[in-house]
Design a protein around this ligand. Structure first.
Ligand code: PGA
Length: 261
């Protein structure tokens, strides 16, 4: 058992407007309240679209809900003539704590390369936001290089050259497992997480490696979550599709029913 607090993160992607967001957050909060969920033991965060953030922040505040708030992206710039971009400072003002950086859908569809990912990680550190650095290999890369090579390379690039490294989370998400219903084996997830932790140890410090949470993502469901979190190397999950379904997401949050930590 590690001292790292498990994190269950729900990436809503481009789903739910701000009114639908209220309904989902309320249902998640009520369901977890009914089962006496201990947020001190297992942290739960939602990552709605930008247009929902203010509404969700107001709801969390007004109802004193213990869910944490995350954003799905941030600009590498601080402010200025960057039409369509959202600055880290704006997110911070909305009590956003976490930001997904380098999700494979952004790498694939928005041409985000390792350098941009690194700059966005820097923007997070600058604004005291916690980047959730997403890394993962495609099927071709898995076949050519094994599971860990690409994630380790991507993480190395993301952590390169920062003056100050703040808190961060790493999400290992094999590209071929995202939204496909295919999952990595829990052994593969644990093995890659271990190598990512070694990388953090080499690049930053042993202490940071020990403290940093490494999540698994890719077709996580309530029925398979326990397998991933049975390993002490895996400190939580990043959930896409299943994070939009109340019973599924809250079932995932209650993974400890099936695992002894
Ligand atoms: P999925 O998505 O759970 O729908 O596979 C995971 C993610 O993209 O973060």
């Amino acid at each position: 058992m590690s001292d790292r607090k498990p994190l269950i993160a729900g990436n809503w992607k481009m789903n739910l407007d701000h009114q639908q967001a209220i309904a989902l957050v309320q249902k998640i909060a009520w369901t977890l309240k009914d089962v006496d969920h201990d947020y001190e033991k297992v942290e739960v965060a939602v990552f709605p679209p930008f247009t929902d953030l203010r509404t969700v922040q107001t709801l969390l505040d007004a109802d004193k809900l213990q869910l944490r708030l995350g954003a799905q992206d941030v600009s590498k710039h601080e402010s200025g003539a960057y039409t369509g971009e959202v600055a880290g400072a704006f997110l911070k003002k909305l009590n956003v704590e976490y930001v997904l950086i380098g999700h494979s859908e952004r790498r694939q569809h928005h041409n985000e390369d390792d350098e941009l990912v690194r700059d966005k990680v820097a923007a997070c550190f600058k604004n005291k936001l916690v980047p959730v650095i997403c890394v993962g290999e495609t099927l071709e890369e898995l076949e050519a290089e094994g599971a860990a090579a690409v994630p380790v390379r991507q993480l190395t690039k993301a952590l390169e050259g920062h003056k100050d490294i703040g808190d961060f989370v790493v999400a290992y998400e094999p590209v071929w497992a995202i939204g496909t219903g295919k999952v990595a084996t829990s052994e593969q997830a644990a093995e890659v997480a271990k190598k990512l932790r070694q990388t953090i140890g080499e690049l930053v410090s042993a202490e940071t490696a020990e403290q940093t949470r490494i999540l698994y993502g890719g077709s996580v469901k309530s029925a398979n979550v326990a397998g991933f979190l049975a390993s002490p190397e895996v400190d939580g999950v990043l959930v896409g599709g299943a994070s939009l379904v109340v019973d599924e997401f809250t079932g995932i949050c209650r993974f400890q029913k099936h695992v002894s930590l």
